[in-house]
Design a protein. Structure first.
Ligand code: ATP
Ligand code: MG
Length: 184
Protein backbone atom coordinates (compact mmCIF):
# COMPACT_ATOMS: atom_id res chain seq x y z
CA UNK A 1 0.00 0.00 0.00
CA UNK A 2 1.64 3.17 -1.19
CA UNK A 3 0.80 6.79 -0.64
CA UNK A 4 2.18 10.16 0.21
CA UNK A 5 1.02 9.79 3.82
CA UNK A 6 1.34 13.55 4.34
CA UNK A 7 0.28 12.79 7.06
CA UNK A 8 -0.94 9.20 7.55
CA UNK A 9 -4.52 9.29 8.92
CA UNK A 10 -7.19 6.96 10.23
CA UNK A 11 -8.59 6.48 6.72
CA UNK A 12 -5.34 4.72 5.81
CA UNK A 13 -5.35 2.67 9.01
CA UNK A 14 -8.93 1.61 8.34
CA UNK A 15 -7.83 0.14 5.02
CA UNK A 16 -5.06 -1.90 6.64
CA UNK A 17 -7.49 -3.26 9.18
CA UNK A 18 -10.09 -4.13 6.57
CA UNK A 19 -7.83 -5.90 4.06
CA UNK A 20 -5.41 -7.63 6.44
CA UNK A 21 -7.24 -10.95 6.26
CA UNK A 22 -6.56 -11.21 2.55
CA UNK A 23 -2.77 -11.05 2.69
CA UNK A 24 0.22 -12.72 4.35
CA UNK A 25 2.04 -9.44 4.62
CA UNK A 26 1.32 -5.80 3.91
CA UNK A 27 4.02 -3.27 3.13
CA UNK A 28 3.30 0.37 3.78
CA UNK A 29 5.37 2.38 1.32
CA UNK A 30 5.53 6.17 1.65
CA UNK A 31 6.46 7.64 -1.72
CA UNK A 32 9.57 9.70 -2.29
CA UNK A 33 8.75 12.16 -5.06
CA UNK A 34 5.21 11.44 -6.34
CA UNK A 35 5.69 12.87 -9.82
CA UNK A 36 1.99 12.98 -10.84
CA UNK A 37 1.25 15.44 -8.07
CA UNK A 38 1.48 19.13 -8.88
CA UNK A 39 3.74 19.77 -5.88
CA UNK A 40 6.15 17.90 -3.62
CA UNK A 41 4.79 16.50 -0.35
CA UNK A 42 4.68 19.13 2.41
CA UNK A 43 6.55 17.05 5.00
CA UNK A 44 9.95 15.51 4.25
CA UNK A 45 10.32 11.83 3.49
CA UNK A 46 11.89 11.29 6.91
CA UNK A 47 9.00 13.02 8.68
CA UNK A 48 6.37 11.07 6.75
CA UNK A 49 8.19 7.84 7.51
CA UNK A 50 8.31 8.70 11.21
CA UNK A 51 4.60 9.53 11.28
CA UNK A 52 3.81 6.21 9.59
CA UNK A 53 5.99 4.39 12.09
CA UNK A 54 4.14 6.01 15.01
CA UNK A 55 0.71 5.37 13.53
CA UNK A 56 1.47 1.72 12.81
CA UNK A 57 2.58 1.26 16.43
CA UNK A 58 -1.03 1.87 17.40
CA UNK A 59 -2.35 -1.05 15.36
CA UNK A 60 -3.36 -4.24 17.14
CA UNK A 61 -0.52 -6.68 17.83
CA UNK A 62 -2.03 -9.13 15.37
CA UNK A 63 -1.99 -6.53 12.63
CA UNK A 64 1.50 -5.34 13.50
CA UNK A 65 2.81 -8.82 12.80
CA UNK A 66 1.58 -8.49 9.25
CA UNK A 67 2.27 -4.87 8.46
CA UNK A 68 5.75 -3.56 7.74
CA UNK A 69 6.87 -0.06 6.90
CA UNK A 70 9.53 0.36 4.24
CA UNK A 71 11.60 3.33 3.12
CA UNK A 72 12.29 1.75 -0.27
CA UNK A 73 10.74 4.72 -2.13
CA UNK A 74 11.91 7.44 0.23
CA UNK A 75 15.51 6.30 -0.27
CA UNK A 76 15.29 6.27 -4.04
CA UNK A 77 16.16 9.54 -5.75
CA UNK A 78 14.26 10.91 -8.71
CA UNK A 79 10.56 10.50 -9.43
CA UNK A 80 8.82 7.66 -7.61
CA UNK A 81 7.58 5.05 -10.05
CA UNK A 82 5.61 2.17 -8.58
CA UNK A 83 6.88 -0.15 -11.30
CA UNK A 84 10.46 0.39 -10.00
CA UNK A 85 9.34 -0.45 -6.48
CA UNK A 86 7.64 -3.64 -7.60
CA UNK A 87 10.68 -4.72 -9.58
CA UNK A 88 12.89 -4.06 -6.56
CA UNK A 89 10.56 -6.03 -4.30
CA UNK A 90 10.31 -8.91 -6.76
CA UNK A 91 14.05 -9.39 -6.51
CA UNK A 92 13.69 -9.84 -2.74
CA UNK A 93 10.52 -11.93 -2.84
CA UNK A 94 10.74 -13.85 -6.12
CA UNK A 95 8.10 -16.42 -5.19
CA UNK A 96 5.45 -13.99 -3.98
CA UNK A 97 2.62 -12.38 -5.86
CA UNK A 98 1.91 -8.70 -5.30
CA UNK A 99 -1.27 -6.70 -4.94
CA UNK A 100 -1.40 -2.93 -4.94
CA UNK A 101 -3.91 -1.67 -2.41
CA UNK A 102 -5.22 1.74 -3.32
CA UNK A 103 -8.11 4.14 -3.05
CA UNK A 104 -10.48 4.70 -5.96
CA UNK A 105 -9.05 8.17 -6.71
CA UNK A 106 -5.58 6.68 -7.13
CA UNK A 107 -6.93 3.72 -9.11
CA UNK A 108 -8.55 6.00 -11.67
CA UNK A 109 -5.07 7.38 -12.49
CA UNK A 110 -3.28 4.09 -13.09
CA UNK A 111 -3.20 4.45 -16.86
CA UNK A 112 -1.16 7.64 -16.41
CA UNK A 113 1.43 5.91 -14.25
CA UNK A 114 4.90 5.27 -15.59
CA UNK A 115 5.04 2.00 -17.56
CA UNK A 116 1.48 1.23 -16.51
CA UNK A 117 1.26 -1.68 -18.92
CA UNK A 118 4.31 -3.36 -17.40
CA UNK A 119 3.00 -2.60 -13.91
CA UNK A 120 -0.36 -4.19 -14.72
CA UNK A 121 1.41 -7.33 -15.84
CA UNK A 122 3.30 -7.53 -12.52
CA UNK A 123 0.63 -6.89 -9.89
CA UNK A 124 -2.98 -7.36 -8.96
CA UNK A 125 -5.03 -4.42 -7.76
CA UNK A 126 -7.36 -4.12 -4.82
CA UNK A 127 -9.34 -0.90 -4.71
CA UNK A 128 -11.06 0.71 -1.75
CA UNK A 129 -13.83 3.00 -2.83
CA UNK A 130 -13.58 6.40 -1.18
CA UNK A 131 -16.83 8.01 -0.05
CA UNK A 132 -18.68 9.67 -2.92
CA UNK A 133 -16.62 7.97 -5.65
CA UNK A 134 -17.95 5.69 -8.35
CA UNK A 135 -17.18 2.03 -8.81
CA UNK A 136 -13.69 1.18 -10.00
CA UNK A 137 -12.92 -0.93 -13.04
CA UNK A 138 -10.46 -2.90 -10.85
CA UNK A 139 -11.37 -5.45 -8.20
CA UNK A 140 -12.85 -3.63 -5.24
CA UNK A 141 -13.28 -4.45 -1.60
CA UNK A 142 -16.25 -2.98 0.22
CA UNK A 143 -15.09 -1.39 3.41
CA UNK A 144 -16.52 1.32 5.55
CA UNK A 145 -14.00 3.85 4.21
CA UNK A 146 -13.60 7.04 6.23
CA UNK A 147 -14.48 10.34 4.61
CA UNK A 148 -11.14 12.00 5.33
CA UNK A 149 -8.07 13.01 3.34
CA UNK A 150 -4.59 14.19 4.29
CA UNK A 151 -5.36 17.47 2.51
CA UNK A 152 -8.24 18.05 4.93
CA UNK A 153 -6.05 17.11 7.90
CA UNK A 154 -3.42 19.65 6.78
CA UNK A 155 -6.11 22.33 6.34
CA UNK A 156 -7.57 21.59 9.76
CA UNK A 157 -4.13 21.79 11.38
CA UNK A 158 -3.40 25.11 9.74
CA UNK A 159 -6.69 26.58 10.89
CA UNK A 160 -6.34 25.19 14.40
CA UNK A 161 -9.25 22.73 14.19
CA UNK A 162 -9.30 19.55 16.25
CA UNK A 163 -7.80 16.69 14.24
CA UNK A 164 -7.87 14.04 16.96
CA UNK A 165 -10.74 12.19 15.26
CA UNK A 166 -8.62 11.78 12.13
CA UNK A 167 -5.03 11.02 13.14
CA UNK A 168 -3.28 9.05 15.86
CA UNK A 169 -2.33 10.96 19.02
CA UNK A 170 1.33 10.00 18.56
CA UNK A 171 1.27 11.44 15.03
CA UNK A 172 -0.28 14.67 16.27
CA UNK A 173 2.39 14.95 18.97
CA UNK A 174 5.09 14.57 16.31
CA UNK A 175 3.42 17.16 14.04
CA UNK A 176 3.30 19.68 16.87
CA UNK A 177 6.86 19.00 18.01
CA UNK A 178 8.18 19.33 14.47
CA UNK A 179 5.93 22.33 13.73
CA UNK A 180 4.58 20.68 10.59
CA UNK A 181 1.70 21.92 8.43
CA UNK A 182 1.55 25.29 10.20
CA UNK A 183 -0.06 23.56 13.18
CA UNK A 184 -1.04 25.77 16.08
P1 ATP B 1 -3.97 13.81 -0.05
O1 ATP B 1 -5.22 14.55 0.30
O2 ATP B 1 -2.71 14.51 0.36
O3 ATP B 1 -3.94 13.28 -1.46
P2 ATP B 1 -4.87 11.23 0.91
O4 ATP B 1 -5.75 11.26 2.09
O5 ATP B 1 -5.50 11.00 -0.42
O6 ATP B 1 -3.97 12.53 0.91
P3 ATP B 1 -2.68 9.59 0.14
O7 ATP B 1 -1.40 9.48 0.86
O8 ATP B 1 -2.75 10.37 -1.11
O9 ATP B 1 -3.77 10.16 1.19
O10 ATP B 1 -3.31 8.17 -0.09
C1 ATP B 1 -2.64 6.95 -0.06
C2 ATP B 1 -3.61 5.88 -0.56
O11 ATP B 1 -4.68 5.74 0.37
C3 ATP B 1 -4.24 6.24 -1.91
O12 ATP B 1 -4.39 5.04 -2.65
C4 ATP B 1 -5.59 6.82 -1.50
O13 ATP B 1 -6.56 6.65 -2.51
C5 ATP B 1 -5.93 5.98 -0.29
N1 ATP B 1 -6.77 6.68 0.69
C6 ATP B 1 -6.46 7.81 1.35
N2 ATP B 1 -7.45 8.17 2.20
C7 ATP B 1 -8.42 7.24 2.06
C8 ATP B 1 -9.71 7.08 2.66
N3 ATP B 1 -10.19 7.94 3.55
N4 ATP B 1 -10.43 5.99 2.28
C9 ATP B 1 -9.94 5.11 1.36
N5 ATP B 1 -8.75 5.22 0.75
C10 ATP B 1 -7.99 6.28 1.09
MG1 MG C 1 -4.46 11.35 -2.18
Amino acid sequence: MGGTFDPIHRGHLRILDAVAGKFDRILVIPSGHPWLRTSEPVASGGARLEMCSRALDDLSEELQEKVALTDIEIRRSGPTYTVDTINQLRAFFPKDSFTLILGSDAASQIDKWHKSKELKSLVNFLVVRRPGESKSTYPEIEIDALDISATEVRDYLRSGKDVTPFISDSVLTYIKEAGLYGSK
